[in-house]
Design a protein around this ligand. Structure first.
Ligand SMILES: Nc1ncnc2c1ncn2[C@@H]1O[C@H](COP(=O)(O)OP(=O)(O)OP(=O)(O)O)[C@@H](O)[C@H]1O
Ligand SMILES: [Mg+2]
Length: 458
């Protein structure tokens, strides 16, 4: 019946009668299921609490009281509390329709009358398992959708191919408690990604507290993070709650993590390992439940190799690493981002602007954007402020004219930059026609597409 052997579905069989358990076990084993048998509601519950199951097949009547189905109904309710997505199929020999209805009302997905028909049992089981898989996929999709919905979270514009792995990671690990390290050049959107991760997590209705390690002197860093008690040092006139405690139940965003002084890295490591901290000047240990998202534009791996960053701390922080590509490698997003900023600033400055002149768009597409999205943000803000209505002109943006070709000499560019530049120029000359551009450059269409993707020009 089942084709996929990579994962054997595990079914819990709960029945007080040994011969029934054996018969079910044999039937399911032959169909490729893994089974686990429980003889009482208590055994069933402890099995469910200790391992993962794909479905439960359970009797409603156990020895204590063999007709009312009450023990089975109670077990069902308990299972719902432990895992409401786990499909439960109930069986009863005393098939009074009321008990079956009550079981369904308490969350059973289907029911069987004893003695059962094997084919019917197997079909109910596989249907329920399939449904649950679909439900899980749907909840993954739901997380992704939440990600794409604008209202409840910061806007994260990311349509280019280069950003797809980032979006997938956010959808996949956003809802978890995993620590995440976000890397990328200045202005690539690390903070936006941190906010998005928080917004799609279960902690979304709690605080995300930010600490910028780059902006704090060594002296205040410790009390900022861990808090202090009155009298801990000269200026400590009152007790102070640290950011870790403020973030309890929520997310702590540690920005510019590479700047944390070495001696404080050890303290940071401890709290990440144990969830425990003491305020400066106090010996009272407090526990916090904080998810840590860190960001840096430094090469922390190199910092760790050079001994300036603790390797063990890095391992704690980068359970998952999200790398944000620079804007020049995701040019497919430039226009969308520009329009996004245009809408924001047009509203803020009360201007009736419909968009950009084509030369302005062209100029933005070609600009090297060393300051990444933030630079684009500022350029558009300037453009909106300076422009006459209804369109922002290229001269309003304050970018150096002519893009990288004019502003940067070829010899100052890397080979990849030159290639990208050449492809962009040729594409422009052929009005975006990929086949013509490929022919002009002596490339096959597939080689061309690979490069378009690589450089975010698609
Ligand atoms: N994908 C995006 N969609 C929408 N806005 C973005 C995106 N990426 C960045 N921004 C905007 O660009 C600006 C810079 O982003 P952000 O502050 O997140 O960058 P950063 O990587 O943290 O930079 P730095 O390293 O300098 O701290 C912000 O105004 C942010 O809202
Ligand atoms: Mg930042």
């Amino acid at each position: 019946m089942r084709t996929d052997n990579a994962h054997r579905y595990r079914v819990l069989l709960a029945d007080d009668q040994a011969d029934i358990r054996d018969a079910l076990r044999l039937l399911l084993k032959n169909e490729g299921y893994e089974t686990h048998a429980a003889a009482s509601p208590a055994e069933a519950l402890s099995a469910i609490e200790s391992r993962e199951f794909d479905a439960v097949l359970m009797d409603l009547n156990y020895t204590r009281d063999t007709t009312s189905g009450q023990e089975g109904l109670d077990l069902l309710s308990r299972i719902q509390i432990v895992d409401s997505t786990l499909p439960v199929v109930v069986m009863t020999a005393w098939s009074s329709i009321e008990v079956a209805v009550e079981a369904m009302r308490r969350g059973a997905r289907d029911f069987l009358q004893k003695p059962w028909e094997n084919t019917r049992l197997l079909s109910i089981l596989s249907t329920q398992i399939d449904l649950r898989q679909a439900l899980r996929r749907a909840s993954r999709l739901e997380a992704e959708n939440r990600l794409l919905r604008a209202e409840s979270r910061p806007s994260l514009i990311a349509e280019s191919a280069a950003m797809q792995p980032v979006l997938e990671l956010i959808a996949r690990i956003g809802p978890s408690d995993a620590n995440v390290l976000i890397t990328g050049e200045h202005g690539t959107g690390k903070e936006v990604v941190a906010q998005t991760l928080h917004a799609v997590s279960d902690r979304a209705n709690r605080a995300m507290v930010t600490v910028n390690a780059g902006g704090l002197s060594e002296g205040v860093f410790e009390s900022e993070l861990f808090g202090h008690v009155k009298g801990a040092f000269t200026d400590a006139r009152v007790d102070r709650v640290g950011r870790f405690e403020l973030a309890d139940g929520g997310t702590l965003f540690l920005d510019e993590i590479a700047n944390v002084p070495l001696n404080l890295q050890a303290k940071l490591l401890r709290i990440l390992e144990t969830g425990e901290l003491e305020r400066v000047g106090s010996s009272h240990t407090r526990r916090v439940n904080v998810r840590v998202i860190a960001a840096t534009n430094a090469d922390v791996n190199a910092e760790a190799e050079a001994g300036r960053f603790r390797q063990d701390l890095l391992f704690r922080l980068n359970t998952i690493e999200i790398h944000l590509p620079p804007l020049r490698e995701r040019r497919g997003d430039i226009e969308l981002l520009a329009l996004h900023f245009l809408r924001i600033y047009a509203q803020r400055y009360h201007k009736k602007l419909a968009g950009f002149e084509s030369t302005a768009l062209q100029m933005m597409r070609e600009h090297p954007w060393p300051g990444n999205v933030r630079e684009l943000d500022h350029a558009v803000e300037r453009g909106v402020l300076l422009s006459g209505e209804p369109l922002v002109k290229s001269s309003d943006l304050g970018l150096r004219a002519g893009g990288p070709g004019a502003a940067t000499r070829l010899e100052d560019m890397s080979l990849e930059e030159v290639e990208r530049h050449l492809i962009q120029r040729t594409l422009n000359r052929h009005a975006g026609n990929v086949s013509h551009t490929a022919r002009a450059l002596g490339l096959s269409r597939s080689a061309m597409y690979r490069r378009l993707q690589k450089y975010g020009l698609e």
